[in-house]
Ligand binder design. Sequence first.
Ligand code: ATP
Length: 231
Amino acid sequence: MTKTTDTPAALERHCVGLFGGTFDPIHYGHLRMALELKQELGFDDMRLLPCHLPPHRQMPGRSSAHRAAMVRLAVEGCESLAVDARELNRERPSYTVDTLEELREELGAEVSISWCMGMDSLVNLSKWHRWRELSRFAHLVVVSRPGWEIPSDGELGAWVRDHHKAPQSLKREPSGSLVIVPLSLLEISATQIREQIESGRSPRFLLPDPVWHYIEEKQLYLTRNNTTDES
Ligand code: ATP
């Protein structure tokens, strides 16, 4: 077996973690995952990217402005997490590959960029726009979730086998690896929170209080859709 020694350049490489989602609404499951990944993988920056027009799923019921406002409130005063709202400034679907290409251009060739997601997102990766190019611009970091297996069949299974590496590769290379991280996740979903509010129950303690106060003030989630920014 060959022993790999990290070069000084790899040890100093700046590492940026990105966590995208519809965040409709953001909750402690998302926030814990972002923080634990940052700590576990030693990211220098960890950014949450609310997505504007998700191409892979149904349009969220709340406007981009409401969802982004809730993400900002959730991380207010938390130095470890930041919000990157670039996808909201595009009037077209939020393709991850476009976001990563733009960030690679902005951050330069040497910075390590990691796009983080749950295993439920990885299983659908081959439906994403230009999915094979994602690893040209970034690493993919996947958190295993109970009930979700690592894809092993077909084109995606072959891609997973080719790219699967140990977490150290995130420091060694700027992009190109798939790293799978077992983390204990909080069993919270945005769907569960929306259903609770719609049926008159409180989702308090599943999400930060400032986010809950915003939801109450704007009367979000009382019906299936509140898409306007003014409500
Ligand atoms: P919904 O219930 O509306 O599908 P969600 O809670 O799964 O929403 P999304 O905004 O769709 O949240 O998810 C963004 C990312 O967060 C995905 O990669 C997903 O795997 C991850 N994620 C969702 N819930 C959790 C959780 N409880 N813990 C950790 N990660 C989560």
